[in-house]
Design a protein around this ligand. Structure first.
Ligand code: PMP
Length: 413
């Protein structure tokens, strides 16, 4: 379905149709941020051309229009993740802010000396540092689930780690550096058996996998719009109503209050209790068009197509390796993966490979991918990472494989 419509799909992404360093752009840095369809760009333009007003606070027409559109996005994200009600979806700046919100509110209220927070070896820094900060403050302990050489969690070790001291499991659903899909249903189920809450970092999962927070039964899910074909600076924190209601507010200011006197302030209901100040109205409104875009294409179709691209790439690398004495080493070989692949090339620094590819118009990410502990596990300074999206093509992968063949031959000389 995606393959037969790829030209129409690509026509929706104006940015793809340009040359970089004299070559057609090949954009394989989708795990860092996805490109935006023109439906999203036009919605953003439309907002500033016709509808711009502050939301929730005024009686005039523009304000009520902007408020309606803003709240429409909340209902769309509710449906997208199958939350029980829109009020369980809080707008934030992105996954990073969503996780910090939970750490600073739920964490501050619930963690005590001797309590434990469990994360995994493959976390993004944004799901490590906020927990380190609050654990340090509270005298709680951060524990880390180990992984194997394929980049999969060692679930037996996780099970052994769980105890009555475990208060929270904060786990990445899909690894941004390896593409590993973690067995989150099992992780959540086991955590709940010891009474712990579970936060999922959904940054990389939500564009590839179906999300049903009620079925998963996670307590929190963190989402970034810009990884989902939407604008930057917008994210969502999903939380179960009964958990969100017990949490103290995050930022103080306008919108998050019911009544303020100098003696006492009472706080607003969820989600507004956690949305102090004027939010990123235009980008929230435009985000809805990205969610609709993905929903119309069908996430199963997208994921299926992306995995075909991934297999095509991995087979191509295996062929290059036959000619070059295994010059390319793939990092991350989990059985369950999305279309993200890290690799290194012998005798080559990842950054140099990135520059050589850029000279041919190919955009990839190099470095530690904000997962330094994971790189330490693999004893690497960094990797080269390609990540595929719904608008990528097999012929773009041919271009990449051709470039990698020359680099691998040069490395193996
Ligand atoms: N977690 C993962 C797995 C990610 O890939 C990213 C973005 N690279 C983040 C968290 C942070 O997301 P954001 O920068 O949108 O807050």
């Amino acid at each position: 379905m995606i393959k037969s419509n790829i030209d129409t799909i690509r026509a929706n992404f104006p940015i793809l149709h340009q040359e970089v360093n004299g070559k057609p752009l090949v954009y394989f840095d989708n795990a860092a941020t996805t490109q935006k369809p023109k439906q999203v760009i036009e919605a953003l333009n439309q907002y500033y051309l016709k509808d711009n007003a502050n939301i929730h606070r005024a009686a005039h027409t523009l304000a009520s229009r902007a408020t309606d559109y803003f709240e429409n996005t909340r209902r769309t994200i509710q449906a997208f993740i199958n939350a029980n009600e829109p009020e369980e979806c809080i707008f934030t700046k992105g996954v990073t802010e969503s996780i910090n919100l939970v750490a600073q509110t739920w964490g501050r209220a619930n963690l005590n000396a001797g309590d434990e927070v469990i994360v995994t070896t493959m976390e993004h820094h944004s799901n490590i540092v906020p927990w380190q900060m609050i654990c340090d403050e509270k005298g709680a302990k951060l524990r880390v689930v180990p992984i194997n050489q394929n980049g999969e969690l060692i679930m037996e070790a996780y099970e052994e780690m769980l105890s009555a001291n475990t208060k929270l499991v904060a786990c990445v659903w899909v690894s941004n550096a390896l593409g590993t899909i973690n067995p989150v249903e099992k992780i959540i189920n086991l955590a709940h058996q010891v009474g712990a809450k579970v936060l999922l970092d959904g940054a990389q999962a939500c564009s590839h996998l179906n999300v049903d927070v009620q079925k998963l039964d996670c307590d929190f899910l963190a989402i970034s719009s810009h990884k989902l074909y939407g604008p930057t600076g917008v994210g969502v924190l999903y939380g179960k109503r009964e958990v969100l209601e017990t949490m103290p507010p995050y930022h103080g200011g306008g919108e998050m209050i019911k009544e303020v006197t100098f003696e006492k302030t009472t706080y607003n209901d969820i989600p507004y209790k956690f949305e102090a100040g004027t939010p990123n109205i235009g980008d929230v409104i435009a985000f809805r068009y990205a969610l609709d875009y993905l929903t119309v294409l069908g996430k199963e179709n997208v994921a299926d197509y992306e995995l075909q691209l991934l297999n095509y790439f991995v087979n191509g690398v295996n062929e290059i390796n036959k000619q070059t004495n295994d010059a390319i080493k793939l990092i991350g070989a989990a059985k369950s993966k999305v279309a993200v692949q890290s690799f290194v090339i012998k005798n080559m620094h990842p950054f140099d490979v990135g520059m050589m590819l850029d000279a041919k118009g190919i955009a990839v990410r190099t470095g530690h991918h904000c997962t330094q502990p994971l790189m330490q596990f693999f004893e690497l300074e960094g990797t080269i990472r390609v990540s595929f999206a719904l608008y990528n093509t097999f012929s773009e992968i041919d271009t990449l494989l051709q470039a990698l063949t020359s680099i691998a031959k040069y490395a193996n000389r």
